[in-house]
Design a protein around this ligand. Structure first.
Ligand code: SF4
Ligand code: SF4
Length: 150
């Protein structure tokens, strides 16, 4: 089961992004979530949100320890996730609490790989998932190389 970076283990996060690093696909920040993660199509939280399935939302809320992490009680209206970049949907509890997302939006980036401060960025997400952080830094290096060669 895979979902937003705020809720995942560093091993899965790193694997998710590393898949992009080691193929020849051109990296497009517009196709990445702000942190560099790519949401899987089968995310339980997303599916429960689309289907407005309260039982599925409750399950996701519990699995990803949202009460423990963010100090909020379950509410079917806010316990939703419409993925990181759908700006037309209401913000769910997870993306509301993401400082990386808020920062990238404020700076006008599609993803943190566009940011020159990435390697020294002290956001909590990177500290909690250091393997993922390293993978995103590697992705930025590759992205810059690709940009220079086009
Ligand atoms: S930027 Fe934040 S909300 Fe978006 S996928 Fe990454 S961790 Fe999740
Ligand atoms: S400072 Fe740069 S790398 Fe850090 S969260 Fe903001 S946009 Fe992302």
């Amino acid at each position: 089961m895979v979902c937003c970076a705020l809720m995942m283990s560093s091993r899965i996060l790193a694997g998710n992004s590393l898949g992009k690093l080691f193929n020849n696909e051109k990296i497009d920040p517009g196709k990445l979530n702000f942190c560099g993660y790519t949401c899987p199509a089968d995310c339980k939280f997303y599916i429960a949100s689309v289907e407005n399935d309260e039982t599925g939302k409750k399950e996701a809320f519990k699995i990803w320890k949202i009460k423990e992490r963010f100090g909020v009680d379950f509410d079917p209206d806010t316990s939703v996730c419409w993925k990181c970049k759908d700006m037309l949907k209401p913000e769910g509890v997870v993306i509301q609490n993401c400082t990386v997302r808020a920062c990238a939006i404020e700076k006008g980036y599609e993803a943190c790989i566009e940011c020159d401060k990435l390697t020294t960025c002290d956001k909590d997400l990177w500290k909690r998932f250091p393997d993922f952080f390293n993978a995103v830094i590697e992705m930025q290096i590759k992205y810059k190389q690709q940009s220079a060669s086009f």
